[in-house]
Design a protein around this ligand. Sequence first.
Ligand code: IFM
Length: 471
Amino acid sequence: MKHLPRIVLVVITLILLYGTALLVFVDPNIGLELDRHYLLNDTLRFGRGFLWGAATSAYQVEGNCTNSNWWEFESAVDKQGLPRIERGQRSGIAADHWRRYKEDVQLLKEMRLNAYRFSVEWSKIEPEEGIFADSALDHYERVVDELRANGIEPFITLHHFTNPLWFERKGGFERDDSPEILARFARRVAGRLGPKVRFWATVNEPNVYAAEGYYSGTFPPGKQNPARAILVFRNLLRAHTACYLAIKEADPEAQVGLPISVFIIDPAEKWNLLDVLLAHYLNKAYTVSAVEYLTTGVYDLSLPGIGTDHYESGIPDAFDFVGLNYYSRIYCHFKPFAEEKFVAVAPPLTAMQADNGWEIYKEGLIRALYMISSRTGKPIYITENGIADDSDQKRATFIEDHVLTANRAIFERMNVRGYFYWSLMDNFEWTHGFDKRFGLYAVDYATQKRTVRQGSLKYKEIVMTWARRLR
Ligand code: IFM
């Protein structure tokens, strides 16, 4: 009995410590809710130069990227002997965008968009190391000319997940000299297209590339090696800086940035300190580290129990904008006694979901914008945001909610300069093959006919309202 007061004191102290740790590590915006009716009644604040666009990537739409590591990966099997791509699908001619780009530029125009984000396929431009195919560069110049002739701003991604086979075979981004190898390519492309192209995205989603290719092993080269994932992430960030310098050398006026994928990572149980700490560390490693690298030139990654890395480029501030690819959030749960120390938990059954199981969570967009804006203060382009929705029941609301959330972010003084819907048309969604339908336009792969989805017309309506207000 006489020890009771001390025990009570200890318990109270522990509760206070637990509560303080929760408060320190939990994202204060975790419970944020934006009322839809409130967003709908808000004034549109997108400025005159706002870029309204749609995005694609070369491998996913062009077809015949036969010289790429993904082409080879498509015919490989995993450790269980299962095909790497669902149902063993192959990208083949994809959406035949290589041949149909003129028709596709008209799709952008029809949607009243003023920008197009697309990537150039490295394996077509540099099919052998150091040998550049002028015919491929001619092709991309024609695409740029076609866009310009139709009043559409080209926004080029240099590297969107795929590598030429020669580069993959010699070690890809595990190599110390990989940033310079990509920069040589950047120099060549910017030297050719530079005068006609103002916006450049260097390396698409370095965090996804590293995690999928080297942690989960679902992307090529299919490795499951956390230390390699951390190294590859570092080299991709270094590659960004090297490409930034190469492009600026070709055209000092160019606007060069890095598109980062931000999945909001929330704790599966808000009161579980282990989940909260895990979410904190995962967000920091997966996205915040890339944003901080941009501003400071320092790559500091620390995932307790998985790995750490520290690298200083000595070149801070090598970016003009940040690209934000935002789709959804995931919940994480810490499992101290399991072999796999943490797992992603499915969203609550009540949550609206896309066809690929991603929770529809518009508030995550403003949380991601805030995370970037508070750390960089630089312009942000939403370089991807979209939904896999074959039945087209959710697309219109998804687009409206996310665009109006971006509008809200502008009201809150975040420097949002553009919005690109992913994607212009249905395409090869990596390991899902053609099954997931993100497109503003549906593609019938038997005929390659494009048909506008009704839900996409909401996007057109928003852009037209914006244009009318500026008049
Ligand atoms: O299709 C991809 C794209 O290549 C990169 N960002 C996410 C999209 C949807 O999964």
